[in-house]
Design a protein around this ligand. Sequence first.
Ligand SMILES: NC(=O)NCCC(=O)O
Length: 416
Amino acid sequence: MEKTLNMETQNGEAEKTQSSIDGSICGFESLHRLLSASLEPHVFQEVNRLLLGMNCGRALEPIALPEPAKAFSSKHDFDLQAFCFHADKELLREPRIVRVGLIQNSIALPTTAPFLDQKRAIFQKLKPIIDAAGASGVNILCLQEAWMMPFAFCTREKRWCEFAETVDGESTRFLQDLARKYNMVIINPILERDVKHGETIWNTAVIIGNHGNIIGKHRKNHIPRVGDFNESTYYMEGNTGHPVFETAYGKIAVNICYGRHHPLNWLAFGLNGAEIVFNPSATVGELSEPMWPIEARNAAIANSYFVGSINRVGTEVFPNPFTSGDGKPQHADFGHFYGSSHFSAPDSSCTPSLSRYKDGLMISDMDLNLCRQLKDKWGFRMTSRYELYAELLARYVKPDFEPQVIADPLLHKEPS
Ligand SMILES: NC(=O)NCCC(=O)O
């Protein structure tokens, strides 16, 4: 694979870069790997310190995984990375270390294949990655948004609704067996069909407990209407609020994809006591890549919790071309889903990202004591002055709201 950083022609026009061809960044799987290969080690160390932050005064440490997990990764060709977030030692509390995993994947068959075959092929593809998580002793595992189907919502064709499942449907049953087998909490983001409410369709995360039980569900709160993300054609804004699920391994919540652009959404999960918030997503480079590493990290800092960000990989081509009223010529794909799944911590450190184009499993140990330690250190929750904002919001949602603007009296005065 070509590895060149020269991407500009003499007239400054961008050539077709390696990134736009295969999803790599100049032939590298991730920015981190590009920098590591391109910089002198001591320079890379400094760059790393600023880009990824420090955890307890040190660069984040990679952790060694058991051989069977590595064997799954080589045999099935998925990116496997693992790191450890420490917390300071406390005198009155034991460390609360949990091992958490994120899985990103491309679809397994062309979108023209029979729907059942497509879904089953994704199950088959996921199985060894989940087995690797199990072999690594992962306690909590989260899959990507609508992992059991192509992200067909760009098309606006209603036939893709056939992929929707009930909360206890096929995908949940598939994962329940694995949750039991590996004593693992699994977050299962699906397209949900709510049969009891007139077949309403939702974008939902089902929380499966480590005994294979269904703990509950959360439905995506904010639905995008941007670019080809025509998701509002398919499902409604969620009606489950901001639940936090108390599991055997910690208090977790799920902020599904586009919800990451809404700071109040992140806040609400924090107010309900989340220690880890997962952000299963499906998003493409052209639209959101510069925002991706910033929003999750900011949420982790502002809310003193860990964030696990997951994005699918690959380019999904649909049978019929579509447009989205944005002046672009008709096209048959969304663009490249850039993967780059990673963890962010409340102390502003974060892991490098998984590959931009390969399936992957990102694992991290995290001492949940870090959440309270950061609250004690920075006091963001204590100093938040929520009453000010509660009062503003209460006025803002009323139809007769007047913005508080104080105009310069000289602004609209006629010159004398
Ligand atoms: N799936 C989804 O909500 N995507 C919206 C695009 C984005 O938020 O980057």
